[in-house]
Design a protein around this ligand. Sequence first.
Ligand code: SF4
Length: 542
Amino acid sequence: MARLLTRRFLWKCVHFTTMVRCVTGPETTAQRQLQRTLYLINPREQTAGYYGLDVIESWAGVRGVTNLVDLTTPTVAALVPEGWQVEICDERIQPVDFDHRAAVVGLTGKVSQRSRMIELAGEFRRRGKLVVAGGPYVSLNPSDLAAHADIVVEGEIEEIAGGLFDDIAAGTWRASYTGTRPDLTLSPPPRWDLYPLRGGLAAQVQTSRGCPFECEFCDVIQYLGRKQRWKEPVQVVEELEMLYAAGFRDILLADDNLTVMRRRARALLEAIREWNDRRPGERVRFSSQLSVDIARDRPMLDLAAAAGLRMVFVGVETPNEASLAETMKRQNLHVDLVEEVTKIVNAGIMVVSGMMVGFDNDDEGIFERQLDFAARLPVPLITPSLLVAPHATPLYARLEKEGRLVEGALDYIGAGNMFRTNIVPRQMSRETLEDGARRLLLHLYRPAVVLDRLRRFVENSPTRPEPRPRPFFAGPVENALARGLMRLGDRDEPALLGYLHETTARRPEMRAQLQYFFLQYCQTRHNIEQLKRQAPVSPAMA
Ligand code: SF4
């Protein structure tokens, strides 16, 4: 990780010969020149959540690092017509320039970025800029941002981008635009040449959009649809080439469900395996999101592992079958979830498991059931969360009808708000649910409990040859994080750190997965300390 960090900081300039195109053209008037300047911003999130990296700043004093580069801003930049000048700002990496000369400011964001989007929209409108807001949150709840931006763009922008930017340049823009479900085989590669790549530990390539399942709480299928659309393998490989040339060796395949359409997934993974096998130096390690039904397809798992897939997020959610049925998570039903997850780990792929509480079929016993369940999973990283109802989902509509939505709780539904919810649970009070979820997190992340799960993960992972063995604590950032953990004062922390060190020496092929675990574990322990400060917990809970 430290090597990765150093490489990112040293990274200055990469020539993307296949992707750079000139977007500045001859302008006819000073007025048009002013209009055709766009400042695209990915705002910071309200709170870091499981996948933030503020622990690196807090414990290691390193600023401007994010675990994952943003994909939306360079994707939109690639769709801006010729003749425009575009600049990108990712606020997690660099400060926003409020004096930027651009006439038009574009804001994107998920619900977890809502407050900051509104703040930035206000600041830039006060400075006379035209503010355009889009992205996942606006697509789910356009009326919320309509009051704060000049233009809202709902849905996917690919097929309407030309018209939108032409209207802006001509001064004939409307207050709202609605996107389509574009054909991804026509998508241009993202403009990574405009993005501050030096601040990202891992990059992203999106190979498909949409998921055929219909989980009641899922917002993704509301704005991307249930009919999955795909890029061609050759497009994916072209994007991988760019990011490899920029120095990335960790890449998220940013799909909603990478392998659900088996035939297509096979063709894609074969192309990626072939490409990865031809890398002159270090191979790329991939991560993605899958549904648990992949466990029934061992050849697909083996192909994914051979392509370089090393980590996946799986929404395992709950051992409570009644809750899975209620939320229409049918792919998790009628199987032994521990066995299914173990099969994925057996193929050499680390699982990060989503875990949810607060379904109508959950009573106060659910917290104990989840703890017992977690204790059997070979999964070191578990992300417990509360059921929330995002806008535009069937869950939101149902609970609204039942009068079970909490007024004024818009900010509670972001991924960063780990222990607040906008729903009124059926079998317990909201306070009991929020408190129980907090206790669940505290227990799941006791070092001794994590060490048990970590051991189970290592024992269930296959051995592989590793041509470049390296020690676990190889750089100043890892060492600073280890010291940060020790300062928390848990007597079992040294055993966990010792296990990481010893396992990396014994199983060098697992180093990258263990490093990923370590970073996210530190982030979660850091989150817990902040949570305790915000809402003190009783000694029994801590
Ligand atoms: S499997 Fe995941 S992406 Fe698909 S509908 Fe369910 S929650 Fe959404």
